[in-house]
Ligand binder design. Structure first.
Ligand SMILES: CC(=O)N[C@@H](CCC[C@H](N)C(=O)O)C(=O)O
Length: 384
């Protein structure tokens, strides 16, 4: 097929219009299959699994089969009401590709299309993974066994970065992304009339105290040089102004660059929950879920080669980046298969997860070129 740049932009726009939440990416899965079936099928083989119905693995048969290189993209969207004003904005209200996974998929399709037309030296394994944002899609994919017959010897992936120039490639050896642990809590008190607080147990007050005390977890317990984050992104308590809330709920996330600090922060969150329960005579049902969101640890050998290649490639703007507190369940796959994650600059004034995020699509072609070039280079070095 050899998609031209305009076709890739069109693919991106079509994907942007059909965002779906993790484990629900059925239309996306079908779109990917339809698009890949337009490519040269001579060396392509497909793998799906009922255990993870929206996952897809495509193998490009290489000239040699002694090594396999994996390339992974995530495919899920977020529960966000898009406000970009784009002509190709999401067709589903309350669903948006606000993390750039549509860019990830488009670059992956472009790389796959190239190698469908240019048989690689070794087998390439393209992984279209559901549910990166939640439900630990990477861990689910690995544990489904879909990779077992085609297990890569090394693996690569990228994340778009609105803070880097369009098309820039960023990475670093060692830790690139944080490990995360989700926080979910329900507080149970007693509802009542706003005029008689003494006859109720107000969970709006208790949950406010809980959220504010969580702000001490990092500031008073984590080495400032190492850093950490506790964010509560969702709070719900009560329904109207003159009724005391008998129930409250929060959802949030813990971030750290080491597993030791993650566990330390989890213990502090647990202790604060127990303290709030005692102080406000209420029940606090706390769930801490780490799942597959391990720190993204770049393998030294593959990353050193990746950085050296990108720095020596005159057509690539390579930027050495610092670790970030974003989570990415590619960290789970890297805990099983050595490899490298990198950033691709998309130069947007709005951040990841913003309802106004509109990545610069001029990043797509450079991203494809940089990665196909690196894989061609890797074929020459992989056996040495
Ligand atoms: C790149 C990115 O935005 N990843 C997500 C991963 C979320 C993991 C988990 N659901 C959590 O909230 O901890 C992120 O929010 O960093």
């Amino acid at each position: 097929m050899a998609f031209k740049n305009e076709q890739l932009i069109q693919i991106y726009q079509q994907l942007h219009q059909i965002p779906e939440l993790g484990l629900e990416e059925f239309e996306t899965h079908q779109f990917l299959l339809t698009t890949i079936h337009q490519m040269n099928q001579e060396n392509l083989k497909y793998q799906t699994t009922d255990k993870l119905p929206t996952s897809l693995v495509v193998k490009v048969n290489g000239k040699k089969h002694t090594k396999r290189i994996g390339y992974r993209t995530d495919i899920d969207g977020l529960p966000i009401v898009e406000q970009t004003g784009l002509s190709f904005a999401s067709k589903t209200n309350g669903r948006m590709h606000a993390c750039g996974h549509d860019i990830h998929m488009t670059v992956a399709l472009g790389i796959l299309d190239y190698f469908a037309d240019h048989q690689p030296e070794y087998d390439l394994i393209f992984i279209f993974q559901p549910s990166e944002e939640n439900h630990s899609g990477g861990m689910k994919l690995y544990q489904s066994g879909i990779l077992d017959d085609w297990m890569p010897d090394e693996i690569y992936a990228f994340h778009d970065n609105p803070n880097l120039p369009t098309g820039a490639i960023g990475s670093t050896n060692g830790t690139l992304f944080a490990g995360t642990c989700e926080i979910h809590a329900d507080l149970e008190g007693l509802s009542g009339h706003a005029a008689f607080p003494h006859a109720a147990n107000d969970m709006a007050v208790a949950v406010s105290a809980f959220v504010m005390q969580l702000q001490t977890v990092v500031s008073r317990n984590v080495d400032p040089i190492e850093g950490g984050v506790v964010t509560i992104g969702h709070i719900n308590a009560g329904d109207t102004g003159n009724v005391i809330a008998g129930h409250a709920h929060v959802d949030g996330t813990i971030r750290s660059l080491t597993q030791v600090n993650n566990l330390k922060m989890q213990k502090r969150v647990q202790a604060i929950a127990e303290g709030v329960a005692l102080t406000y005579s209420c029940q606090v049902n706390l769930t801490l879920h780490q799942g597959g969101y391990l720190p993204v640890e770049n393998n030294h050998e593959t990353t050193t080669d990746f950085i050296k290649y990108m720095k020596n490639n005159q057509s690539v703007n390579f930027i050495e980046t610092k670790p970030a507190m974003t989570g990415e369940d590619f960290g789970f796959l890297l805990s099983k298969i050595p490899g490298t994650m990198f950033w691709l600059g998309v130069n947007s004034p709005y951040s990841l997860h913003s309802e106004k995020l509109a990545p610069d699509t001029n990043a797509i072609f450079p991203g494809i070129q940089a990665m196909t070039g690196f894989l061609e280079h890797r074929f020459q070095t992989i056996d040495n």
